[in-house]
Design a protein around this ligand. Structure first.
Ligand code: SAH
Length: 264
């Protein structure tokens, strides 16, 4: 990476780093991401994520609204093609329901010249892992992650995946559990989970992990209700072996590393 070429004089100096900012706490931003931000000329991303980047002279912040990921990706690619050093920011990890795939969708459909660009994906701590660590180790055996937003896939697919994951006895991590636009979806998810996993299965609601508003609740599926989640909540449902260790203060939720010997 060189220092020249801003504004189109040396297009070959441009690059893109698609970076994960972690779940919220600055201590959970990797040094690699901090270094990329320190070298950047431009930061591109959804408004609340760009707001987490400290402004400095020479750094242009391009904050855009939700649901315009492809336009945002095209802007980043075009800026880099003109020689800018661009960091595209996501929360958590950029490869988990976030901007890295959007960038490659735009790249695949876009100008051939974009394929020459220096593009790197810088991982971050995804919400699922931050939430799991706070609660103990609920993802300590096999698990899957499912995005509950039906913006980009039909609801029938979400329900099918939950049923099959429950049948396969995975622990399940749910992103985007509930929004004002689709309040009934998560009600249905809890119904399906109770049918497939039973009332006693533990479920974790981890809200705003690693921020000042952090709150954690571990209950059984029978005790759970949809209002326990919002769009800032990570929901993790245990597998059949996931257990709660009760103790003074906060209980520990964990999944042992092995299945019982007689498990089919
Ligand atoms: N790329 C992000 C996920 C984007 S989807 C990542 O890797 O974490 C947005 C969803 O992530 C939210 O609806 C919520 O379910 C979850 N999420 C993001 N940050 C969170 C946090 N600090 N605490 C709990 N859940 C969070």
């Amino acid at each position: 990476m060189t220092d020249s070429g801003i504004g189109g004089e040396d297009a070959s100096a441009g690059w893109i780093a698609v970076a994960g900012l972690g779940p919220g706490d600055d201590a959970l931003v990797t040094p690699e991401v901090t270094a990329a931000l320190a070298e950047a000329t431009d930061v591109v991303g959804y408004i609340p994520y760009v707001a987490r980047v400290k402004p400095r002279p020479g750094l242009v912040l391009h904050a855009s609204d939700n649901r315009v990921e492809l336009d945002r990706a095209a802007l980043a690619l075009e800026l880099a093609a003109q020689g800018h050093r661009v960091v595209v920011v996501s929360s958590g990890d950029p490869g988990v329901f976030a901007m890295a795939s959007a960038l490659f969708e735009a790249l695949e459909a876009g100008r051939p010249a974009w394929r020459e660009l220096d593009i790197r994906v810088l991982p971050g701590i995804t919400a699922m892992l931050a939430a799991a660590a706070r609660a103990g180790a609920p993802l300590g055996h096999d698990f899957c992650a499912i995005n509950l937003s039906d913006n980009l896939k039909p609801w029938s697919v979400i329900e099918k995946r939950i049923r099959l994951a429950a049948e396969a006895d995975f622990a399940m991590a749910f992103y985007n559990p509930r929004s004002r636009a689709r309040p009934q979806g998560f009600v249905r998810v809890l119904e399906v989970l109770r049918q497939t996993c039973g009332e006693d299965r533990p479920i974790l609601f981890a809200r705003s992990v690693s921020t000042e508003e952090e709150s954690l609740q571990i209950v059984s599926l029978g005790q759970s209700h949809a209002e326990m989640a919002d769009m800032r909540t990570m929901v993790i449902v245990g597998s059949s072996t996931t257990r709660v260790i009760e103790r003074a203060g906060r209980a520990i939720l964990y999944t042992p590393r092995s299945l019982p010997k007689d498990a089919a």
